[in-house]
Design a protein around this ligand. Structure first.
Ligand code: NAD
Length: 508
C-alpha cells in the first residue's frame, strides 16, 4: 500500500482515542465529494437547535453551529442530567461566538425536554445521548413538535425501532441520521465504483474491521461495555459498517448468523492470561498501555473527571474489570435481498487500526484497504499515546534513535513501519488492476465530518442532486441497526435470524 502521510492534526472534535482518518483531514476541495450550496437567502430565519446529551460527540455539532453554520443555525438550549458537561459546552459556545464569557444558554433536565422545546421554540433537537436513549428522544422530540438529528445508532433494540417508526408515522417529522462514514471520500469513491457497474452485479462482500488496543479498548471503559446501554459493538460500532454495505450495494439485509464473544478484555480473560490485580480506573495509573488517565487530556478532564461527582459516570474504568457484557470479537454471515452474502469480522484488540473491504461482482472485484493507525505507540513510560498526531520523530527514527517505543504511526520513511494509507483497486476479469484515485476531503475542521455537517445544516440549499445518496434518514438507520440487532439475537440463540422476524415496525 502506498504511504499517504496525514496532514497535521487540526484539532477538530474526535474521540481522542480514535485515529484520525486521512479523509477527515484533507485540505483540498474536490467537486466529486464536496457539493456546492446556494447562498443563504437574506430573509431566511436561522433554525433553532437544542442539544440533548452534552458529552464528547455534542462538541462536533456545537462547533458547527457556532462556527461554519452560524448563518443558518443557532443554539438555544442544553438538555443533560449533568450540569458540568452542559457548562463546558456553554463555555465553548461562548468562546466560539466571540463572547466575553459563556453563551449563557438555558439548561434543562431530561424530564423537561418537552418544556424546553416549547419555551425555547426549538426547531430541531440534536440527540447525542448514550445509544439506548436515542429512540425515546426521537419520539419525545417529534411529539413535542421538533425535527431530529440523531447520532448513530438509530436505536439498540427492535422495540426502539418500533418506537421510531411509530413516531415518524404519527408526526410526519424528520429524522436525519448522521452516518459520517459515508462522507469519507474513500467510502464515497467505492460507492461510485459499485454503482457505476464496473464490477457487475455484486455476488459477495468480505469486510474486516480492526480496532486497535487504544481505540478498541475505549469501548470497554464506560456505558458502551454494557449491552443494555449500547447494544454491544454489533450495534454501537458496526452499525457504521453495516450502513456502508447497505449503501454501497444499494441493498437490504435479510438474514444474519453471528458468532463471537469476549475473548480479550474483561476480568476472566485477564485472569486466564495471568495479568494480576487490576486498578478500578486508569486515572492515576502510569506505565500501563490499557489505562486512560483523564488528566492527560484537558477535554477529557473537563468533560468527565470534573463532572463525575454529579452522576458517578466513570469514563476511565479499567478494561479488565468485571461487568462487561459486550463482545470484543465478532464474525457474521449476512445475506442481502438481491442475492449477495457478506462475511464480516470485527476485533477490538488489534495491534493496528483500519479496514479491508472486498466487493466481488459478476464482472470483477473492488478492494479497499485502509490503515488508519499502523501501530499503537508507547511513550517512554509505557503509556499508549492518545494523540495520533504525536507521531514518532521520524527523522530521529530513520537515524536509529526513535523517541518512542515501537515502530509505527503515520511514518513512511522506515520500511519496518506499516504506513497509514488507503488504496482502492478495481480489477475486471481479464484486465490488469486499476488503482482508483481517492479525492481529498475538505479542510477547515475535518473532511468527512465537515461534508456531513454541510448536508445536515444546509441540505435544502444544495445546488446539485445528492448523486451518491449520502444523506441518510431513519430508514437507513433501521437497515443498519437491523443487522446488529439480528446479530445479537443470533449470538443469543446460536441460530441464523431472519430480519423480517424481528418486528422492527416496518418492512425494510
Ligand atoms: N458518528 C460517530 O463517529 C460518533 C462518534 C462518537 C460518538 N457517537 C455517538 O454519539 C453519542 C454520544 O456519544 P459520546 O461519546 O458523546 O457519549 P458521552 O457519554 O460522552 O455523552 C453522552 C451525554 O449524554 C448524557 N446523558 C446520559 N443520560 C442522559 C439522558 N437520559 N438524557 C439526556 N442526556 C443524557 C450524559 O450525561 C453525557 O453528557 C452516542 O450515541 C455515540 O454512539 C458517534
Amino acid at each position: 500500500m502506498p504511504a499517504t502521510p496525514p496532514p497535521a492534526h487540526d484539532g477538530a472534535d474526535q474521540n481522542p482515542t480514535a485515529p484520525r482518518p486521512d479523509s477527515s483531514r484533507g485540505t483540498l476541495g474536490d467537486a466529486a465529494v464536496v457539493p456546492a450550496y446556494a447562498p443563504v437567502p437574506a430573509d431566511r430565519p436561522r433554525r433553532r437547535y437544542a442539544v440533548v446529551g452534552t458529552g464528547h460527540r455534542a462538541g462536533m455539532y456545537v462547533g458547527a453551529i457556532t462556527g461554519e453554520h452560524a448563518d443558518v443555525a443557532e443554539l438555544v438550549a442544553w438538555c443533560d442530567p449533568n450540569p458540568t458537561r452542559m457548562a463546558y459546552h456553554d463555555a465553548e459556545a461562548g468562546a466560539a461566538l466571540g463572547l466575553s464569557g459563556p453563551a449563557g444558554l438555558p439548561t434543562y433536565a431530561p424530564e423537561d425536554l418537552e418544556r424546553m422545546i416549547a419555551d425555547e421554540m426549538v426547531d430541531v433537537v440534536i440527540v447525542t445521548t448514550p445509544d439506548v436513549r436515542h429512540a425515546e428522544y426521537i419520539a419525545r422530540a417529534q411529539a413535542a413538535g421538533a425535527d431530529v438529528v440523531v447520532e448513530k445508532p438509530l436505536t439498540t433494540t427492535a422495540a426502539g425501532c418500533r418506537t421510531v417508526t411509530e413516531s415518524v408515522a404519527a408526526t410526519g417529522r424528520d429524522v436525519v441520521m448522521t452516518f459520517n462514514y459515508r462522507y469519507a471520500p474513500r467510502n464515497s469513491t467505492l460507492r461510485e465504483v459499485v454503482a457505476g457497474g464496473e464490477i457487475g452485479d455484486v455476488t459477495s462482500v468480505h469486510f474486516e474491521w480492526v480496532l486497535d488496543t487504544v481505540h478498541g479498548a475505549d469501548y470497554f471503559r464506560r456505558w458502551h461495555r454494557e449491552k443494555a446501554s449500547s447494544g454491544g459493538l454489533l450495534v454501537h460500532k458496526s452499525s457504521h459498517h453495516f450502513d456502508l454495505v447497505n449503501w454501497w450495494l444499494g441493498d437490504v439485509p435479510t438474514r444474519v448468523y453471528a458468532s463471537g464473544g469476549l475473548r480479550f478484555y474483561g476480568d476472566a480473560n485477564a485472569a486466564a492470561r495471568g495479568l494480576g490485580p487490576r486498578p478500578e480506573r486508569g486515572t492515576g495509573v502510569s506505565g500501563d498501555p490499557f489505562a486512560l488517565d483523564l488528566r492527560s487530556d484537558a477535554r477529557l478532564d473537563a468533560l468527565y473527571l470534573q463532572a463525575e461527582h454529579h452522576d458517578g459516570y466513570l469514563r476511565d474504568r479499567d478494561v479488565f474489570t468485571p461487568g462487561i457484557t459486550i463482545e470484543d470479537t465478532l464474525s457474521l454471515v449476512v445475506d442481502y435481498r438481491r442475492g449477495a452474502t457478506m462475511t464480516y469480522s470485527l476485533v477490538a484488540n488489534g495491534p493496528w487500526e483500519g479496514y479491508r473491504v472486498v466487493v466481488n461482482g459478476t464482472e470483477g472485484r473492488a478492494e479497499l484497504d485502509v490503515v488508519e493507525r499502523g501501530t499503537v505507540l508507547l511513550d517512554d513510560d509505557g503509556n499508549a499515546l492518545l494523540d495520533p498526531s504525536a507521531q514518532v520523530d521520524r527523522a530521529a527514527q530513520a537515524a536509529g534513535a526513535g523517541g518512542t517505543h515501537g515502530a509505527g504511526g503515520a511514518g513512511g520513511e522506515d520500511p519496518r513501519l506499516r504506513p497509514n494509507g488507503e488504496r482502492l483497486l478495481v480489477q475486471r476479469h481479464w484486465h490488469a488492476p486499476r488503482e482508483v484515485p481517492i479525492p481529498a476531503g475538505i479542510g477547515g475542521h475535518g473532511g468527512g465530518d465537515a461534508i456531513l455537517l454541510k448536508d445536515v445544516f444546509r441540505r435544502d440549499l444544495r445546488l446539485s442532486d445528492d448523486q451518491l445518496g449520502r444523506a441518510a434518514g431513519y430508514r437507513d438507520g433501521l437497515r443498519a441497526v437491523a443487522v446488529g440487532i439480528a446479530g445479537n439475537a443470533s449470538l443469543a440463540t446460536g441460530q441464523a435470524v431472519r430480519i423480517d422476524d424481528l418486528d422492527l415496525g416496518e418492512q425494510l
